[in-house]
Design a protein around this ligand. Structure first.
Ligand code: 2RA
Length: 343
């Protein structure tokens, strides 16, 4: 077992990390950190836990520490971070320099040239950037990033399509309020309304997708040449990002070929990877089944509604934004780090 810490443990994604890591066969939660206001409290006192999922007994009495290298202790090897990006930008490099390996969901540094941005099923080979990072910065530890949850929902489907030569991608998202953390979940005042723009989200999807599908040449990631444009909206659902994608390819492709390519796209061989990464919708014109986390649902991406367009194909994709997205993505990257000997 590897002793791990969770940075930003009281937030919505931190809670999802606890849910995914508590039963994990390879990771043992040893440290929980949060803001200085929470330091010294038990986790039960510090965290406002979502009513729809019980807090695991194993964490209720853990004393929350501040997010400080000295407070984290040296029994911990791997840190899962879902810190606000400003705090992450400040403390994650210090933690990597102090020797910790950080698997981070925080948006800071995702596009830095020597920081691997990884979805294991898509670009596990980019992990080699850690060696470049260590040479560049003299770190004993490492900093590894997973992309934005709306990017994670789309990119595996694009990776399955790239065999036909992706030229341009247009995406419009319908994103759940849990993506906005606590302020989002309690902001169900948007019932019967929608938020037409999520600041910064569009740019993340556009730049992260090109890095993830780029080519690692041993020294850097050469970004994919495809043109990506995104429009991101918030709608009144609690969990689950639904995205409408228009993908143009250099080769002619039919909806059936696209559907088959997505169904065949392999998952990573990691403990938390779904047996089939991309499930095609049974009935795309029906509400999709609610995911039961306790059944282990949620780590797959779904796609469907395939239609031919002038230059390629249009389809929808759907993923659980904190299970497959923010938290699950960090856990999968932690498993990849373990498998590849970086821990
Ligand atoms: C959102 N993807 O949904 C962003 C961050 N979680 O708000």
């Amino acid at each position: 077992m590897v002793d791990v810490g969770i940075l930003g443990a009281t937030g919505a994604v931190g809670q999802r990390l606890i849910q995914l890591l508590e039963p994990h066969p390879e990771f043992d939660i040893a440290t929980l950190t949060a803001s200085p206001a929470s330091a010294g409290k038990t986790y039960k006192e510090a965290a406002k836990w979502r009513a729809d999922t019980p807090m695991p007994d194993s964490v209720t009495d853990i004393e929350v520490t501040a997010t400080d290298p000295d407070a984290i202790g040296d029994d911990v090897t791997l840190l899962f971070s879902s810190l606000p990006s400003g705090v992450g930008a400040e403390v994650e490099p210090d933690l990597a320099e102090a020797g910790y390996v950080v698997s981070s969901n925080s948006s800071n540094a995702r596009m830095a040239d020597d920081v691997p941005l990884i979805i294991p099923e898509v670009n596990a080979d980019h992990l080699g950037l850690i060696d470049v990072q260590r040479d560049d910065r003299g770190w004993d530890g490492a900093l590894l990033k997973n992309p934005n949850c709306s990017t994670i929902t789309m990119v595996p489907t694009l990776a399955a399509l790239d065999q036909y030569g992706l030229e341009s991608v247009r995406v419009s998202t319908l994103q759940a309020v849990s993506g906005a953390g606590y302020s989002g979940v309690t902001s169900m005042e948007i019932i019967d309304n929608a938020i037409p723009h999520i600041g910064g989200e569009e740019q993340k999807m556009e730049s992260e997708s090109r890095k993830l599908l780029g080519e690692f040449n041993g020294a850097e990631v050469v970004r994919h040449s495809m043109d990506v444009a995104a429009s991101c909206n918030r709608i009144p659902t609690i969990d689950g990002h639904l995205e409408n994608v228009w993908a143009d390819t250099s080769d002619d492709v039919t909806p059936d070929e696209v559907s088959a390519a997505m169904s065949a796209y392999p998952s990573a061989t990691l403990p938390s990877s779904p047996e089939r990464l991309i499930h095609t919708f049974e009935e795309p014109d029906r509400p999709q089944p609610r995911l039961d986390r306790n059944r282990g649902d949620g780590m797959a991406v779904s796609a469907g509604g395939f239609r031919r367009t002038e230059g390629g194909v249009q389809y929808n994709c759907l993923a659980h934004n904190t299970i497959r997205g923010a938290a699950g993505a960090s856990v999968l990257n932690g498993e990849l780090l373990l498998e590849e000997g970086y821990l």
